[in-house]
Design a protein around this ligand. Structure first.
Ligand code: ADP
Ligand code: ZN
Ligand code: ZN
Length: 820
């Protein structure tokens, strides 16, 4: 074939750049940038690629292949997305294929190793299947599951992907993945006047009379229910709520037996809220209105505004109002949240106002649900699309506003798979590429954002008062050294903390307690020889989990039964050290045997909707004390919590990381902010062995500005962001010697180009081996007078040079730009 036209394709490969394929005349007639195509790659592999561009530059060095088939009539990726992906690949130093793999739903991306499953074996319109589809359908009836590769053997390589795609479109097959459970919402009991007597005065009076003699309470309840129904205008009334208003379960039951009332069931779903009645957005207070006006004013000259509002100042209310105004102008909103599973409350609040025009990207969605969301977004069905960092990859158009809620949250950074991008920063890139405004919001803004705002790069709007003029919680410190000395402790709970919890429970208030570690005890130690059991695959000690009576590794998941004797000396005197949430839970249960105590951490929250269920139980006041790790600090808005306790602040303060103080301040301020959000001022007690620590002192006085000033000073002194940019090169290999040699060699190659204070390592991180892979890090600091682009090029060049020697090539190097 002697084509004159070629297409560049994005393929889901860990290889640089795009890939050239030649085009036939008929290809040319249907081709559009952003369409999916099925192509061969290498000798055998099949892939789904995206059309990146069309040109006439015939590659000189190799023979191009042709495209097997077009999978779409219209583009499924927008031109803007391609541009955005390229930006990310270049900034985060990864391949376009890495971004494509992460950004695009895998159900739309069939490749050789993809498996599909028959979901409609009874499909009847066989005459609508072409020969290939029919053959694959027949094969699937026998085997249920086949891969693209196998389909290629049954029909032919060229038709495999297009055929499976057609079968998917017809709903006959689906991408194979574990069947995902659906959230089954809680069923609640509701009560109403029995429909048979409602409006039937005669029957009603008869019943009322029959209750006169010895059932006065029932009579009263019935009359109360009538009044309530008139007031509520048909709004369903929960039995539980009716009981709170003075009735009792026994009375309601008797009334139901007599046919006076009816108890019925009704699902109260938190996930599918589209049927909810829409509510008006609250009227903003004067302070909130001022803040909103100031935000808009700042947007006139700046692309990004930081809204720094104390916890419960009504930031979310301001977002709602602003979104309404943006949508009224015909634009769309992207709303970023740190982690969707713990922010169901906010999703609920947004859906209440904007109904089905809200698209929610749930990180636990399966691939097929993801495709549906992609397609609806492409159709422009949503005004608002909410989700964690990956929502940035949706194919939207016409964005007017991007909101980054809780912008300080480190979970905006993707750490486990490439690209290692920072969602907050990408939101700003998205904003500038689409000319959308970006609103960052937090009660404890990150150093970076605060610094940029102070420098005038971002607009800055402050809200210093809680909604309803409620005072911020009073925060007090408990000196654990002193409490221990004076024997004012039961296990790890000081008596001051214990008494406060008793007081709260007496008042029927709920309590939130925070402890930074999960498990029972982080360390087991032999009393005789000091030996500590470690993970065989990682360089960390195993954490004791009492519930399962196991020792577990939090890095690789390794687990073993708790030993009875020290493996080193045989002693039976094994002690546990350190304190995890599981242990706190046990201690609390002992101190408060009557209390209903629940735990929120990754161990307790394994199921798909575990968070939703616990939040629901907490809201329904079925939980008295909630103990949790960091998860509980993220934006909860519970009305019945007036008190928050921190079990031990010390591990936060002593963490070996340049961000430790910033994070400790943010976390403690955020967790404190869960208290006293409705009527009265809340209270917080923080237990610590070092109550004199400056960070703790600043937390108690809400001295955000001073804290940031101190930290900024330190960062400047030691060349850390925001005064430098960091790039971390993480080397991984199973052979430690080879690893160290390779890292040292690269440092040698980089040395001439950097000042010594800007090239650190190689140094093993605090956990130097995970899953049998040794790890070592080289940190590069980019000074303000250097061009980050040039530095990145230089790093890539030197890695390429390193790789000319075969022995170094097997060591994996992960490049992390702006590591967290
Ligand atoms: P933040 O996002 O700053 O933590 P929220 O928006 O969650 O604060 O507000 C805290 C609580 O106060 C919420 O329950 C919210 O509904 C309520 N609230 C805030 N502003 C208003 C308002 N203007 N009218 C009615 N309720 C408000
Ligand atoms: Zn021992
Ligand atoms: Zn391990």
């Amino acid at each position: 074939m002697n084509s004159t036209y070629f297409a560049e394709l994005i393929l889901p490969l860990n290889l640089e750049g795009t890939f050239t394929y030649h085009l036939t005349d008929s290809d040319l007639q249907q081709i559009k940038i952003g369409q999916r195509v099925a192509v061969p790659f290498g000798t055998q592999k099949l892939y789904t690629g995206i059309i990146h561009s069309i040109h006439q530059n015939k590659p000189e060095l190799y023979k191009t292949k042709g495209i097997h088939a077009f999978l779409d009539d219209e583009p499924i990726v927008t031109p803007f997305q391609i541009q955005f992906w390229e930006w990310i690949a270049s900034y985060y130093m990864c391949t376009l294929g890495d971004v494509f793999r992460n950004a695009f739903p895998s159900a739309l991306k069939l490749e050789s190793q993809t498996f599909v499953r028959l979901i409609n074996p009874d499909y009847e319109n066989l005459q609508e299947l072409n020969d290939h589809e029919y053959l694959v359908f027949e094969a699937l009836k026998l085997r249920q599951i086949i891969s693209v590769e196998e389909a290629a053997l049954i029909i032919d390589a060229k038709s495999a992907i297009p055929t499976l795609k057609l079968l998917i479109d017809k709903g006959i097959i689906q991408l194979d993945e574990k069947i995902q459970e659906k959230y089954t919402p809680k069923i609640d009991n509701y009560v109403r006047i029995h429909p048979d007597i409602k409006g039937n005065d005669q029957a009603f009076i008869q019943i009322l009379d029959s209750l006169k003699k010895n059932a006065n309470k029932q009579r009263e309840s019935l009359l109360q229910l009538i009044t309530l129904e008139t007031q509520n205008q048909g709004k369903p009334l929960k039995v539980a709520d009716f009981v709170k208003m003075g009735s009792t379960n026994a009375v309601i039951k008797s009334l139901a037996e007599k046919g006076a009332v009816e108890i019925y069931q009704f699902q109260t779903s938190r996930v599918d809220e589209n049927e909810l009645e829409k509510e008006e957005i609250h009227q903003l207070t004067l302070k909130q209105t001022e803040a909103l006006e100031k935000i808009k004013e700042e947007f006139a000259s700046k692309n990004t505004v930081l809204l720094h509002g104390v916890t419960s100042s009504g930031k979310t209310e301001i977002y709602l109002k602003l979104m309404e105004q943006v949508i009224a102008k015909g634009n769309k909103v992207v709303y970023l949240l740190p982690e969707i599973s713990v922010t169901t409350q906010i999703v609920h609040r947004i859906k209440k106002h904007f109904g089905e025009k809200v698209g929610v990207y749930h990180s636990k969605f399966n691939q097929n649900e993801r495709v549906e969301l992609w397609q609806k977004t492409l159709n422009g069905d949503f005004d608002i699309i909410i989700g964690p960092r990956n929502v940035l990859f949706m194919p939207f158009d016409q964005i007017g506003l991007v909101i980054v809620d809780e912008e300080h949250e480190s979970s905006y950074k993707q750490m486990d798979t490439k690209p290692f991008f920072q969602g907050r920063d990408m939101a700003m890139v998205l904003g500038s590429m689409t000319k959308a405004k970006v609103l960052l919001g937090s009660a404890t803004p990150s150093i970076e954002s605060y610094f940029n705002a102070r420098q005038g790069k971002y607009g800055y709007v402050e809200l210093t008062e809680r909604f309803g003029k409620i005072q911020l919680p009073e925060i007090n410190l408990v000196d654990l050294k002193k409490a221990q000395r004076e024997k004012e402790m039961t296990h790890d709970i000081s008596h001051i903390l214990r008494d406060e919890i008793i007081e709260q429970l007496k008042e029927k208030k709920q309590v939130i307690l925070f402890q930074n570690r999960r498990g029972y005890a982080p360390i087991m130690e032999c009393n005789s020889c000091g030996n500590t059991p470690e993970c065989p695959n990682c360089d960390v000690s195993l954490t004791y989990h009492k519930f399962s009576n196991q020792l577990k590794c939090h890095y690789c998941g390794y687990a073993q039964a708790k030993p009875n004797r020290c493996v080193s000396c045989g002693s039976i005197e094994l002690n546990t050290k350190g304190l995890g949430t599981e242990q706190i839970e046990h201690q609390l249960q002992e101190i408060f045997p009557e209390a209903r105590i629940r735990r929120m951490d990754v161990d307790a929250m394994r199921g798909k909707f575990a968070y939703e269920k616990l939040i629901e139980d907490f809201e329904n006041k079925e939980v008295d004390i909630l103990i949790g790790t960091q998860i509980i600090t993220k934006g909860f808005d519970f009305g019945n919590v007036n008190f928050v306790g921190v079990i031990r602040a010390d591990s936060l303060l002593n963490f070996p990381d340049f961000r430790a103080h910033e994070k400790a301040f943010q976390l403690l301020t955020q967790v404190s902010g869960r208290a006293g959000r409705r009527q009265e001022q809340g209270k917080v007690l923080i237990q610590s062995y070092q109550p004199e620590h400056q960070i703790l002192q600043n937390v108690t006085t809400y001295n955000y500005h001073q804290t940031m000033k101190d930290i900024i000073y330190e960062r400047k002194e030691f060349f850390y962001p925001p005064f430098t940019r960091l790039i971390n090169l993480r080397f991984k290999h199973t052979n430690k010697e080879r690893l160290d040699k390779t890292a040292a060699q690269l440092v040698q190659l980089l040395k001439p180009s950097f000042e010594s204070r800007c090239l650190l390592g190689p140094e093993a991180p605090s956990v130097g081996r995970i899953n049998n892979q040794y790890i070592t890090d080289v940190m590069i600091k980019i000074l303000p007078n250097q061009s980050p682009i040039k530095v990145k090029q230089l790093i890539l060049q030197q890695i390429e040079r390193l790789h000319t020697i075969a022995a170094y090539r097997s060591v994996k190097i992960d490049i992390d730009v702006d590591p967290m």
